[in-house]
Design a protein around this ligand. Structure first.
Ligand code: IPE
Ligand code: IPE
Ligand code: MG
Length: 427
């Protein structure tokens, strides 16, 4: 119930942003606005700047996640469940309208009156039918032990079910444990170009798609390894904008596997403390895959152990070009002055503005190139190239790459420890 109330309040706060800004009492914490570069003055104008759009979309993901949790309460009397789901569906309608860019000025404009009416009427009808069919108390199924009747004064109210605690990562098959003593040299963000599936299959005389299927277990093991080592962000290259050049059957198989892997009901890693994000262009992706990605993003939005970003139909140039196009639109529209265009401002236009810089970029499969992967975010990444073909990798390969990374000195254009030390001594 609290989850639903939280979501309700958040939707309300978003819907009334403009009005509240005029009254000087915005319900969202100011640091949240500041983190997205949104000012009270922006809110008062009611204009949808890209920053405001990004803020609304991010908070909508959170609200959808809370509604997913609240949905789990609908397991009591079917009539109550029907009413409960109707409330949730109405909130989702408002959220979708906000995500699509309806004005943030209060009221219910933009939610689609017909849709609202349909949701309300079908909810009422279901609730009424179930009350009539089952009466106020559920009859136990035949053969089941008959429980003691509830005390007459107790109303049938859905009881909150605590959110399932995430399972610990599955241990390594050979019992390997993560390296100790890395301290603060564990990278914050590891990105991986999972390459070598086709060659793995060819070596075994198998068709290439079998290599992609074998890569799924490597992916799972590496996710567990990242969780065990405490890496906060892991970003994986699933399908590039250039991979469409491959035979249709191979691309279809990759898309099918990605859809399966993104489905939280099928993929075991999402029972762990893993939050899914995805990055890439939605155009051309099958609706089922997009739905699996978006649903899992919402369902795992509250998790904090590891953020797993799946890059699907991703290309660095496409990402930067799309960002430049949106920014150019804002500059032309007068919303952004050319002198305000800085690297941090530009980064807010990327597919996933909250994705941090990559610290360690790993490529398996023996090739030494970046293949259009995260050029903006990996500008200062340490690169580690492994000869292992992706399906042969497990978490120990990830840990070895992290140990290599931990021994490197990162200078970011400066002089580094030793040179700085020498400079101090020689002055
Ligand atoms: C990487 O493996 C996976 C994807 C591109 C989806 P490849 O399919 O590129 O494997 P190789 O490089 O041909 O061995
Ligand atoms: C990069 O691998 C893309 C993914 C791993 C998804 P490719 O195999 O497509 O890269 P190139 O073609 O060898 O550069
Ligand atoms: Mg390849």
């Amino acid at each position: 119930m609290r989850r639903w109330t939280d979501a309700f309040n958040l939707v309300d706060a978003l819907r009334d942003l403009r009005q509240d800004a005029h009254l000087g009492r915005v319900a969202l914490p100011l640091p949240v606005l500041a983190a997205h570069g949104v000012t009270l003055a922006d809110l008062r104008t009611g204009r949808r700047t890209p920053q405001l759009h990004a803020l609304v979309r991010e908070l909508a993901v959170t609200a959808h996640g809370w509604l997913d949790d609240a949905d789990g309460l609908a397991d009591r009397h079917p009539a109550l469940a029907a009413s409960w789901r109707t409330l949730i569906r109405l909130q989702r309608l408002q959220l979708r309208a906000l995500e699509r860019g309806r004005p943030l000025s209060g009221g219910r404009r933009g939610t689609g009156r017909l849709r609202r009416a349909l949701v309300l009427h079908s909810g009422r009808l279901h609730a009424a039918l179930n009350w009539r069919r089952l009466g106020p108390v559920l009859t136990p199924p035949q053969g089941a032990p008959v429980p003691a009747p509830p005390p007459p004064v107790t109303p049938v109210v859905p009881r909150p079910r605590p959110a399932e605690p995430p399972l610990p990562p599955r241990p390594h098959a050979g019992g390997a444990r993560p390296p100790a003593g890395l301290g603060d040299r564990v990278p914050r963000h590891v990105a991986i170009i999972m390459d070598g599936n086709g060659r793995w299959a060819a070596e075994r005389g198998l068709p290439r798609p079998r290599g992609h299927a074998a890569g799924q277990s490597a992916l799972r093991d590496v996710v567990y390894g990242a969780l065990e080592l405490g890496i906060p962000h892991l970003t994986l290259y699933g399908l590039s904008t250039e991979n469409w050049k491959r035979p249709a059957a191979e691309v279809e198989e990759i898309l099918r596997l990605l859809g399966e892997g993104a489905d939280a009901d099928r993929e075991e890693v999402f029972a762990r403390d893993v939050r899914l994000w995805w990055s890439g262009l939605p155009e051309g992706l099958p609706a089922g895959l997009l739905d699996a990605l978006e649903t899992t993003v919402r369902r795992t939005a509250h998790r904090r152990g590891l953020t797993l970003t799946l890059c699907v139909n991703y290309g660095g140039r496409a990402e930067i070009t799309a960002a430049a196009r949106k920014l150019a639109g804002d500059v032309a529209g007068g919303g952004v002055h050319p002198s305000a265009v800085t690297a941090p401002l530009f980064a807010r236009y990327l597919h996933r503005p909250a994705l941090p810089d990559v610290d360690l970029l790993i490529r398996t499969g023996g090739d030494h190139r970046l293949s259009n992967f995260l050029p903006w975010q990996a500008a200062y990444a340490e690169l580690v190239f492994l000869d292992t073909l992706w399906p042969d990798l497990d978490r120990t390969g990830l840990w070895r790459a992290v140990e290599t990374y931990a021994r490197r000195e990162r200078r970011f254009g400066g002089l580094g420890e030793a040179a700085a030390q020498g400079r101090i001594e020689s002055t």
